[in-house]
Design a protein around this ligand. Structure first.
Ligand code: AHR
Length: 679
């Protein structure tokens, strides 16, 4: 992580402050609740071209000719026929390239990629294809990466060829080096016009993928995930788990085994929003459950797969007959038990063997399973029961994550929590996409009784733990990744941190978005075919995840509403605190006290933080997020580092006879600052 170093004096900004000094106490002696290592994580769903066209590094769209329109994404010329008796039973279509009958009439096909194919000068790309020569003998296939928009003589950016021989299907590969960078290249494949050649699973990957894997992930995007230092990784959704209907739900068994034979599924984000329609958005499952588990291992996050509970999306399916009936649940429950075996089972078990055959004999050591995405009411509660019973009986150590539905409060939400308690779910997955007032806690309490950073202070400590599984501040009328909403997320997260005894994990949503293919925003990481940028929300998540500590420390201030001025309260944006939010943790591994303070006020704000039980002068390291002029500031592809965390230091002085350490600072208006002091 690169942080700009600022040289400006933090003290200077104190002169500009109009607020009275806010005094806070951090009890550094008494260790509070443990902070779960899973606390800050990531949630991946294939929305906004997050998988195909995004994290999954495949550059060819519709590589197996299985899209409903078999030639979506391909231009053709000459004699091209779609056939359907190919070597992969779940993806039977392929194309036949026959000589045109004229030496200058070339039979060619050309793929457009996902909004084009992004290539970089000097980089290598691995082309592969399954092919055969129909009448036997041999035939050459020519492969070109091209720039169709160029004014120069030659459209070719890079070329290669493969020699196909015999009537049997075989895999052929060649590596092509790009001569120039271009975000919108096409891939052209053509024959010598001498022999009829069949081709299937036409694929192109950058050689440099994350960890160098052939069926790999886009290097820059996967690295950005690793750089968050996430504790947990929830996948594969979201609504795609449920499907628009049961038939199109996400079925993990279709996503494992050889990539060539993983059947295509539609992606509900292709058509859900009529104002953002993407008719070429499908799921090839090249990035499937094996790859997800492998990614979790690489980025050191606990895997949290979510499976269908037998309910199609409840928003879109209101009839009981739209869902699996109780006596039809067995295959769904089997999928759940088999998944645990796939992840953790011995190599001589059916599904453990498949994992080993795919290259990972060691178990993935999965500890959590989510059952149902955003489900609610009786249809969910009754279906969940047999899943819980089956998992408990066979895998008592697996933690079960249930859900409280799509709302952050209300009748259905409350019912959900009651049911999850009754069924003894280990965690409850809560979702909240809410506006500024909700995150700040200033919203209407009748509508949002539990909004803001005090939300979890009142939760029952005896029931399941909380998983804030999908959340983001959606600015009212301003739904994009601007600075202001990210700041309010940081403010809200002080409440998550303070309540680490009940909140076990939290994941912002959604994670990824292609700038040309999004359906939903804000999102954490944006990209086009060759570039990416991290939103301010990314940096908020990263600042928390990299500084989560091991134990909560009590941080309080005097209640401004208490006439005697004795009552200590958390700093969570209450009246009289001038929009200040704060929390603190201790990190036993580094011996550091870490304090996070968010100033949501439009004025700078002086703070004095007493580090109780610490004496002597010290230097605190600081990390600050601040806008660069406007609350609507955002990072973009052309200005990706407009707002990044900036590191500096502040000197702590002492107070009283005992020379207790005190940290005085002036927080810039609308800023998030984190302090680290060695104890
Ligand atoms: O994150 C986008 C969608 O929001 C998810 O698919 C769903 O779970 C929620 O409604």
């Amino acid at each position: 992580m690169k942080f700009r170093l600022i040289s400006c004096s933090l003290a200077l900004s104190a002169l500009l402050s109009v607020h009275a000094q806010q005094v806070m106490d951090v009890n550094t002696k008494k260790m509070g609740a443990s902070v779960s290592p899973t606390m800050y994580g990531l949630f991946f769903e294939d929305i906004n071209y997050a998988a195909d066209g995004g994290l999954y590094a495949e550059l060819v769209k519709n590589r197996s000719f299985e899209f409903p329109n078999r030639l979506t994404g391909w231009d053709i010329s000459g004699k091209v026929t779609v056939m359907n008796d190919g070597p992969f039973d779940k993806n039977p279509h392929y194309v036949r390239l026959a000589p045109s009958g004229h030496s200058d009439k070339h039979t060619m096909i050309e793929n457009h990629g996902f909004f084009g194919i992004g290539v970089k000068a000097g980089e290598e790309y691995r082309f592969s294809v399954w092919a055969r020569v129909v009448e036997g003998g041999s035939a050459k296939l020519y492969i070109d990466l091209v720039d169709n928009a160029t004014m120069s003589d030659d459209q070719k950016i890079g070329s290669g060829s493969v020699d196909v021989s015999g009537k049997e299907w075989k895999k052929y590969t060649t590596v092509i080096k790009a001569k120039k960078s271009f975000a919108k290249a096409h891939l052209r494949v053509w024959g010598s016009n001498k022999a009829t050649t069949d081709i299937e699973h036409v694929s192109l990957f950058p050689v440099k993928t994350y960890k160098g894997r052939e069926n790999g992930l886009r290097q820059d995007l996967a690295q950005a995930l690793e750089d968050v230092h996430p504790g947990v990784f929830r996948f594969p959704g979201g609504c795609i788990v449920e499907g628009t209907d049961l038939a199109t739900r996400y079925q993990w068994k279709n996503t494992v085994g050889p990539v060539e034979n993983r059947p295509l599924n539609e992606n509900r984000w292709h058509y859900t929003f009529t104002h953002r329609y993407f008719p070429d958005y499908f799921q090839t499952y090249g990035l499937g459950f094996f790859e997800f588990f492998q990614l979790c291992e690489d980025i050191k996050a606990e895997p949290l797969p979510v499976l269908s509970v037998g309910l199609a999306c409840q928003f879109q399916n209101r009839k009981e007959s739209d869902h699996a009936a109780m006596d039809e649940l067995k295959p769904f429950i089997d999928d759940c038990l088999d998944l645990i075996e796939f992840a953790n089972g011995p190599v001589d078990s059916k599904w453990g063997k498949l994992r080993a055959d795919m290259g990972h004999p060691e178990p993935f050591n999965m500890k959590y399973i989510g059952i149902g995405n955003e489900q609610w009411d009786a249809p969910y509660f009754e279906r969940l029961k047999p899943f819980v019973a089956a998992v408990r009986a066979k895998y008592p150590n697996i933690k079960i994550v249930g859900t409280s539905g799509p709302d952050s409060e209300g009748k259905m939400f409350d019912k959900g929590w009651v049911a999850m308690k009754e069924q003894k779910a280990d965690l409850v997955d809560e979702h909240f996409y809410r506006p500024e007032a909700w995150f700040l806690g200033t919203g209407d309490r009748k509508k949002w009784p539990n909004c803001g950073a005090l939300r979890y202070d009142s939760y029952d400590r005896k029931g399941p733990k909380v998983f804030a599984g999908e959340y983001a501040c959606h600015g009212a009328g301003k739904k994009w990744n601007h600075y202001e909403t990210s700041l309010y997320e940081a403010a809200f997260m002080t409440g998550i941190e303070r309540n680490a005894d009940i909140v076990e994990m939290a994941t912002y949503a959604p994670l990824f978005a292609h700038v040309e293919g999004w359906q939903w925003r804000p999102d954490m990481i944006w990209y086009d075919n060759t570039r990416m940028f991290k939103s301010v929300s990314y940096y908020v998540q990263q600042m928390y995840a990299m500084n989560k500590g091991t134990n909560v420390l009590k941080l309080t201030t005097k209640d401004p509403a208490d006439p005697k001025g004795k009552k200590a309260i958390p700093v969570a944006g209450q009246d009289g605190l001038n929009g200040l939010f704060a929390s603190s943790v201790y990190d036993k591994t580094t011996g550091e006290v870490i304090i996070k303070v968010v100033n949501t006020s439009k004025e700078a704000q002086p703070v004095s933080i007493n580090l109780l039980d610490m004496t002597g002068e010290r230097t605190a390291e600081t990390l600050t997020l601040q806008h660069s002029g406007s609350m609507d500031d955002e990072n973009t592809l052309s200005n990706p580092n407009k707002i990044v965390p900036v590191s500096s230091t502040v000197n702590c002085t002492t107070t009283g006879k005992k020379k207790q350490t005190v940290l005085n600072d002036n927080l810039p208006a609308m800023s998030f600052r984190l302090y680290k002091v060695k104890k």
